[in-house]
Design a protein around this ligand. Structure first.
Ligand SMILES: Cc1cc2nc3c(=O)[nH]c(=O)nc-3n(C[C@H](O)[C@H](O)[C@H](O)COP(=O)(O)O)c2cc1C
Length: 333
């Protein structure tokens, strides 16, 4: 019993397949989604995912421990995981409900995940990625639109999600579809269901949850801007020395750091190594103007830092209200 039994329930194929109460997943956000956030999402009736990110065995062990016995999942950045696949074996030793792979070819890791009894979630940004995910035998595909915080690509949710829904209906009807990117309230959840998704994955909204590992200064900066205030860019990866495939950029706040560096990548690359320690010190200090602040266009829909359970409760109640209102519209004629 989680104490939330009175909440309305939006049951979909996703809730049935994953055995959860609400069709809401929290994104496996590197450096932000630790065990406390993942467990809070799961306890509130969604499925929480730890952000395995670029892979740090000690961090991963600590965050799985922080989640206690909550049934959670874990996500990895696939091109990075390929350099150190033992991290996947480590994560699977905790019997996660699901492993989510994003940004790279999921096929080399699919067998190990499914053999361990975890659901395989593939986050995709294009139809070509969706076809690779189907080939990998994905249980769930997360179609991520360009609105999303963090890394992603160029397609928008409004066309990507229904196009992937059509593709799945034709080629993989048992594979479920989850929408991601710009979803931070019940309007977004209702819209995602209308587009053919079975549920949503929210990142930015949970990045601004009380349980997230996000620096409070960054949350404050994000709350004080609106959806116009983010941009896709590469300066943050150059600063950190991450060798991202060129197809992916990262959405962050369009702050002084981005404006200083984004238009001069060659100069930045030449200097980045000598500036790295200073950049990391500014990350630790939480200066929201001097480093990347990882949030998506949904920042304009986020007005408070609240517990994950309150986010889920509010999102579900709002979605129910939207669906009821749309259901009561009269069709003239
Ligand atoms: C702070 C932050 C970090 C993220 N890190 C990762 C990551 O490590 N791996 C990943 O697959 N996706 C990552 N993402 C993207 C999410 O998986 C998801 O697609 C995105 O948050 C959805 O859009 P939204 O932010 O508008 O909710 C990150 C997103 C944010 C906001």
């Amino acid at each position: 019993m989680c104490g939330l039994e009175w909440l309305p329930m939006l049951t979909t194929r996703l809730t049935a397949r994953l055995g959860i109460r609400h069709p809401i997943l929290s994104a496996p956000m590197a450096f932000a989604a630790g065990g406390a956030l993942a467990a809070a999402v799961t306890h509130a009736g969604g499925l929480g995912l730890i952000g395995g990110g670029y892979g740090d065995a000690e961090w991963l062990g600590r965050e799985f421990a922080a989640a206690g016995n909550a049934r959670i999942g874990c996500g990895f950045i696939t091109w990075s995981l390929a350099k150190n696949p033992s991290l996947l074996t480590q994560a699977l030793s905790h019997a996660p409900a699901a492993i989510m792979l994003s940004f790279g070819d999921p096929r080399p890791h699919a067998h190990e995940i499914r053999a361990a009894g975890s659901a395989l979630i593939c986050q995709i940004q294009t139809l070509a990625h969706a076809r690779d995910a189907i080939e990998a035998g994905a249980d769930l595909i997360v179609a991520q639109g360009t609105e999303a915080g963090g890394h992603g690509a160029d397609r928008a949710v409004l066309t990507l999600v229904p196009e992937v829904a059509d593709c799945l209906a034709r080629f993989a009807p048992d594979t479920l579809l989850v929408a991601a990117g710009g979803i931070a309230d019940g309007r977004g959840l209702a819209a995602a269901l209308a587009l053919g998704a079975d549920g949503v994955l929210m990142g930015s909204r949970f990045w601004a949850a009380s349980e997230a590992l996000t620096h409070p200064n960054h949350q404050k900066a994000a709350l004080s801007t609106n959806g116009d205030g983010t941009v896709r860019q590469r300066a943050t990866d150059i600063a950190r020395g991450y060798d991202w495939p060129p197809a992916f950029t990262a959405r962050v706040l369009n702050n002084r750091f981005v404006q200083d560096w984004e238009h001069r990548p060659d100069e930045h690359r030449a200097m980045a190594e000598s500036l790295r320690a200073d950049y990391q010190a500014r990350v630790a200090a939480g200066d929201p103007d001097a480093v990347g602040v990882w949030v998506g266009e949904a920042t304009g829909l986020i007005h408070d830092v609240i517990p994950a359970a309150a986010i889920i409760e509010r999102t579900v109640a709002e979605a129910e209200a939207v669906i009821a209102r749309l259901g009561s519209l009269r069709i003239a004629g």
